[in-house]
Ligand binder design. Structure first.
Ligand code: TXA
Ligand code: MG
Length: 356
């Protein structure tokens, strides 16, 4: 299949190209498109064949359900069988935006889209190009992140192209993603509601609207015996090809540890990399050192993390060390993704009270 790539700026939307994207989707084709979180791999959410094509293009297990993207709040009532007041309140507070809600599905949504579940994940993104494309597509676009299963979600069209060329009809290049990490997922089919995946919309923000919100522990603890409620959380995700280790502790200790280890790894023939911050980047001695931004700027860290993991793959780095980041607020999402990328390999140099 030939993949067409079109560049569309959010501020000057190319209506003709977006209409064409909508037509491709309505005819059962696939279009990768920008959202404010990460790029999505879109297909018609109400067409079981489109869902099958998405799973094939990603190389993703078909029991891992897709998020249905809508462009008007009212459309939620067509694809769900029950919308509790909490869902309406959350939508009012955070839509359009980086939050996904799990609700009981209606008969219109095929099981292929929901990975066989009776529930459906719904999100209204804030990216204008995405909203317009969804509208031209008929209103319901199923879209996982546009990466090959197991790779970091793409935050630029370059990485979408690398993973999806020849497998999708069109890629819309909208520039780098603003948030950089996938949406927060909240399950409203349980009481109190549960967070299945942390994201830009934090626990505190959700609690302000919901009163009480819990975590699906199985989605976060590496050794949980229970199945996570978001099937996707059980797969090893976001993994770079090199071995990634997170090092926690006081800044000086972390620097000394990482420099000692990259030196000995280098002697053993490894190509070494470090995920550093603006504050520390000049003090590492590894072969490749990259800064995710300032330690105090969580939004910058989130925006750059996946790109850096992808770059280390391109540069064939075999041993990667990362500093650890604050885990409050949006930091919960950052550390969740970093821990997953590292397969939970963490070196703790200080006692808990010494950890930043
Ligand atoms: O920000 C995002 O959410 C991006 C952009 C493209 O919108 N999409 C995204 O989709 O991250 P994906 O497929 O990579 O992740 C969807 C997650 C998976 O972990 C999946 O298991 C979970 O959502 N999920 C989807 N439907 C579900 C359902 N009915 N019940 C529980 N979890 C569900
Ligand atoms: Mg994904």
């Amino acid at each position: 299949m030939e993949t067409e790539i079109v560049s569309i700026q959010e501020e000057h939307m190319d209506e003709k190209a977006l209409r064409r994207a909508g037509e491709i989707l309505r005819n059962g084709g696939l279009v990768a498109f920008p959202t404010e979180t990460v790029y999505g791999l879109g297909g018609d959410a109400l067409n079981p064949d489109s869902a099958r094509k998405i799973y094939a293009a990603k190389g993703r297990p078909s029991d891992n359900p897709l998020i249905v993207h809508i462009c008007r709040f009212e459309d939620i009532y067509k694809i769900t069988s029950y919308v509790p007041k909490e869902a309406e309140d959350l939508a009012k507070a955070f839509w359009p935006g980086p939050m996904t809600m799990i609700l009981p599905k209606s008969d219109r949504v095929p099981k292929e889209t929901t990975g066989g579940l009776d529930t459906v994940a719904v999100r209204m993104p804030s990216h204008k190009t995405a909203l317009q494309m969804i509208s031209y597509a008929g209103g319901y676009v199923a879209a996982p992140s546009a990466n090959i299963s197991g790779k970091p979600s793409p935050t630029t069209a370059k990485y979408v192209w690398e993973d999806m060329q020849g497998k999708v009809d069109m890629i819309i290049d909208g520039g780098p993603s603003g948030v950089g990490l996938e949406s927060t997922i909240v399950d409203l089919t349980v009481s109190p509601p549960q967070i299945l995946r942390p994201g830009y919309v934090t626990e505190e923000m959700l609690a302000r609207v919901l009163g009480k919100v819990e975590w699906d522990r199985a989605s976060f603890l590496p050794d949980s015996r229970q199945a996570p409620r978001a099937p996707g959380m059980k797969y090893r995700h976001y993994a770079p090809e090199g071995e990634l280790t997170i090092v926690q502790g006081r800044a000086e200790e972390v620097l000394a540890y990482i420099n000692a280890h990259t030196a000995s790894d280098g002697q053993q023939g490894h190509k070494t990399g470090v995920i550093a911050t603006c504050e520390t980047v000049s003090r590492y001695e590894a072969a490749i050192v990259k800064s995710v931004g300032s330690r105090t700027d969580q939004e910058a860290i989130a925006r750059h993390l996946y790109e850096i993991l992808r770059e280390f793959d391109e540069e064939k780095v075999t041993r990667i060390y990362s500093e650890s980041f604050q885990s409050e607020g949006f930091g919960q999402a950052i550390m969740n993704r970093l821990l997953k990328a590292a397969g939970h390999k963490v070196i703790r140099l200080s006692r808990e009270d010494g950890v930043e």
